[in-house]
Design a binder for this molecule. Structure first.
Ligand SMILES: Nc1nc(=O)c2c([nH]1)NC[C@@H]1CN(c3ccc(C(=O)N[C@@H](CCC(=O)O)C(=O)O)cc3)C=[N+]21
Length: 284
């Protein structure tokens, strides 16, 4: 058996073509959505991701606002740019590319953002709204995972889902999304303190691997027919992306998300969704 592909590239393209229509409608009403990015330092990976986000914006008609600071930028300098984008009416949503350089208090920067311009859904106010079941922009990667599953008809309701990882961008918010009444999944969250990861993985109908540990999920850990989402990004010595899922899993799983080409493009598409939805809310 070979797993069917959870095609993030194609699903993201369909989302973007829907957004193109909605952006055109907003422009007719005099509103042009604008995505801002704040990039600090010169990490090649971060530069590449941010460039990809602006390419996506151009495709759907969203304006781009790019702010770059050197790796030596101080806390105050970064916070000044956050204040600037909070005040800029052309910037309807923005992100602060993470991680920020060592020595910068990331949480202080995020808390300074206007929660209504939070395109990542990672502002503490919006994470709190998610916990309280209030409307909020949803964290892009977890929401991308859900959208990818839905687009391929994978049943989430009642599924046993194992999330591996507890990072702020994926591991922590993912179970919050999955356990809403609209999804009704049963979730087990595993992490480095989990005693027997394999035992949990083997029971899962859906595995979300977001530990950042190369080839952590092995074929013998996967129930035949399960859906496996590879969210991890490590790099090989040659700089190629290595996911959290061993390639042999494709012989056991029913569904698998390629990496690259799976959750990455979905993350970017959900970012655009958050920007467009915020602009739509602003026109009522
Ligand atoms: N505030 C903030 N928001 C983020 O959303 C955020 C962040 N910080 N910091 C870094 C991570 C990483 N991230 C990715 C987005 C797209 C791809 C992506 O599109 N990847 C392509 C391949 C890209 C390649 O080949 O290098 C793919 O999977 O097909 C990957 C990774 C967003 N992040």
């Amino acid at each position: 058996m070979t797993a069917q592909i959870l095609d993030g590239k194609a699903t993201a393209a369909a989302i973007k073509s829907d957004l193109t229509v909605r952006v055109a409608a907003l422009k007719e009403k005099g509103v042009t959505p604008g995505l801002g990015t704040i990039l600090v330092g010169d990490d090649p990976g971060s530069q590449k991701y941010v460039a990809g986000k602006h390419r996506d914006c151009a495709q759907v008609g969203i304006a781009s606002i790019q702010r770059e600071l050197p790796a030596t930028a101080t806390q105050e300098e970064i916070e000044a740019v956050v204040r600037e984008l909070n005040a800029d009416p052309a910037c309807t949503g923005y992100i602060v590319q993470l991680p920020l350089p060592r020595g910068i208090d990331e949480n202080r920067v995020l808390e300074l953002m206007d929660p209504d311009k939070d395109a990542d859904g990672l502002h503490p106010m919006n994470l709190g709204r998610l916990v309280l079941n209030e409307p909020a922009p949803l964290p892009c990667t977890p929401n991308g995972v859900l959208t990818l599953l839905r687009a391929h008809g994978v049943e989430i309701k009642g599924a046993e889902v194992v999330v591996v990882g507890r990072g702020v961008t994926i591991g922590r918010p993912m179970p919050l999304l999955l356990t809403r009444r609209s999804e009704n999944a049963t979730v087990t969250q595993c992490h480095t303190g989990t005693r027997d990861l394999s035992a949990h993985l083997r029971r899962a109908d859906i595995i979300v691997a977001a530990a950042g540990s190369a080839h952590l999920v092995r074929p013998e850990d996967v129930k035949p027919g399960a859906a496996v989402l590879d969210v991890g990004v490590s790099r090989s010595a040659e700089g190629k992306i290595v996911g959290d899922v061993h390639p042999g899993v494709a012989e056991v799983a029913g569904w698998i998300s390629p990496n690259p080409g799976g959750v990455g493009p979905m993350t970017r598409a959900q970012l655009l969704v958050n920007v467009v939805e915020a602009a739509e809310r602003s026109v009522g």
